[in-house]
Design a protein around this ligand. Structure first.
Ligand code: ADP
Length: 494
């Protein structure tokens, strides 16, 4: 029996895609398009509107009109009810949306249910925040009879620039906060994976979200993305992507001093002590990198292993890695799909080459997959050992399935090496010693630390970056703060 899904996502029945602006499909003003490919086959699956300044202007104007229009009169309870309708329509279309993500960026169908659950949890959680936009009443010392308070007002038009490594999830950090607070949005998804973002925008209107509240402009980062980042009528940019591009966004934001929330790159440490339960630590550390084919910003790509267990750990890690099922993401038995693009594949292969030349020992993977997968962008999950923390493979973000194992002798050395990076997104420790776990938890300089697990995130807890991994907390009850500004009110009470 062939267990490989034979369905194609309904959204691909028309492969000519436009921007989604003011509730309508609109071609780009220039008439130009770009192509998007299925990373499993290299085939073009759709054309996308190539957005530029003129398209961004129209989308921002639509978002501004919607912000000032009937959307501004929705009460918290009406926004909550609407978000629950959105929840239901996304649930109803969940299988089709995750399949679209498989075609667009190679996400394995074996992960579809967990992706769907995560999206639904996010929408349900953000819906609860509609009534959490709280100000304060503040006792004051003003002469006379004055009443003072702060209220929280929605910021306005939010620009969302998102990456290609999981847009079905990442768009909700922006959509959830905007719908909960009454903001409006222009999203610029990444050129390599736009389709689920376009489809969700259409579904939102179907659920009853007023036209213009959510707009999507597709195109290249240097064109549509840069135009959005610099736009004078955008109040805030939520950006997820590379640290390099994050710095460009900071510069572009200066003209109208827009607010920013930046989730940037990482080179996260994963520290394994000799007393760790290797039955859990080996698969935990491996999948802390290999899940989503290594295309995760908080991936624990620098695995620090206490020297006395280095040989055993590396042997087990290499054997686990070689046993992973890499292949057609439509096959439900496949654990790792392709990486998103030829450009990304070339980047990863280049780093593998650099690792070999730098003198690290390659103990698993290292090659592009051929045979039936040769037309797609498949790379073997790869492990280098005896890596020095100063090598480029230990310093630069590869964004692919490549682990660097670095040995250490003492806890202080492990911490020093772990923090010897410009990034600070995530980090983990595996040990059965609670005081060691506590020392590491406090010592790792990152926005997120895991103990005896890796990569678990809950929307109610939230996360954020430190150092050059960015700033701005996502998720948790503080999430709405990123979409609001405080206003102090002083009232003469007579
Ligand atoms: P990657 O190099 O892995 O694609 P990027 O940080 O460049 O990561 O991309 C993340 C998102 O930022 C994408 O949507 C991309 O189109 C967009 N982008 C790229 N360059 C710019 C830019 N100069 N200004 C605004 N957005 C950009």
């Amino acid at each position: 029996m062939n267990s490989i899904a034979s369905k194609t996502p309904s959204f691909l029945s028309n492969p000519k895609k436009h921007h989604f602006i003011d509730g309508e499909w609109r071609p780009s003003v220039s008439g130009e398009v770009i192509e998007t490919r299925n990373p499993s086959t290299g085939e073009v699956i759709a054309t996308l509107a190539r957005g530029g300044q003129a398209d961004v202007d129209v989308a921002v104007a639509s978002a501004r009109r919607a912000f000032e229009g009937r959307w501004s009169r929705f009460t918290p309870s009406q926004r909550h009810a609407l978000m629950m309708k959105v929840h239901d329509i996304i649930e109803k279309n969940g299988d089709d949306l995750t399949l679209l993500e498989t075609y667009d960026m190679g996400s394995p169908v074996s992960r579809a249910n967990s992706v769907k659950d995560r999206v639904l949890q996010m929408i349900a959680y953000f819906a609860t925040l509609t009534s959490s936009c709280l100000g304060e009443t503040i006792p004051n010392s003003l002469p006379g009879n004055y009443f003072t308070m702060t209220i929280k007002a929605p910021l306005g038009v939010i620009g969302g620039i998102i990456p290609w490594n999981g847009p079905l999830v990442s768009q909700w950090w922006i959509l959830g906060g905007a719908l909960a607070t009454g903001c409006t949005v222009v999203l610029k998804p990444a050129e390599d994976a736009c389709l689920s973002v376009l489809r969700v925008a259409e579904l939102l209107v179907e659920a009853g979200v007023p036209k213009g509240v959510v707009n999507v402009v597709t195109g290249l980062g240097a064109e549509a993305g840069a135009a959005l980042a610099a736009h004078p009528d955008v109040d805030k940019i939520f950006f997820t992507g590379s640290t390099e591009t994050g710095k460009e966004i900071i510069k572009a934001s200066a003209a109208n001093m827009k607010r920013l929330s930046l989730e940037l790159g990482g080179k996260s440490p994963d520290i394994i002590f000799a007393d760790a339960d290797l039955e859990k630590a080996v698969p935990g550390a491996a999948m802390g990198v290999f899940a989503n084919s290594g295309q995760i910003c908080f991936a624990g790509t620098r695995v620090f292993v206490e020297r006395k267990i280095q040989n055993e750990f590396v042997e087990r890690l290499a054997s686990f890695t070689k046993g992973l099922n890499v292949g057609n993401p439509l096959d439900p038995n496949v654990q790792l799909g392709p990486v998103v693009s030829q450009r990304q594949l070339d980047r990863i292969m280049n780093y593998i080459d650099i690792g070999n030349k730098e003198g690290a020992d390659l103990v698993a993977g290292g090659s592009r997959l051929g045979a039936g997968l040769a037309k797609g962008y498949f790379v073997e999950p790869t492990v280098f050992t005896n890596v020095d923390n100063n090598m480029r493979i230990a310093r630069e973000e590869i964004f692919g399935p490549v682990i660097s194992v670095v040995p250490f002798d003492t806890a202080d050395e492990a911490l020093r090496l772990a923090n010897d990076t410009v990034y600070g997104l995530g980090g983990a420790v595996w040990t059965s010693n609670i005081s060691m776990a506590t020392k590491m938890m406090h010592g790792i300089k990152a926005g997120q630390v895991w103990v005896n697990c890796y990569g678990l995130l809950d929307v109610a807890v939230g996360f954020g970056g430190h150092k050059q991994s960015g700033y701005g907390w996502k998720g948790g009850s503080q999430h709405v703060e990123g979409f609001l500004y405080p206003k102090a009110v002083t009232m003469n009470a007579g």
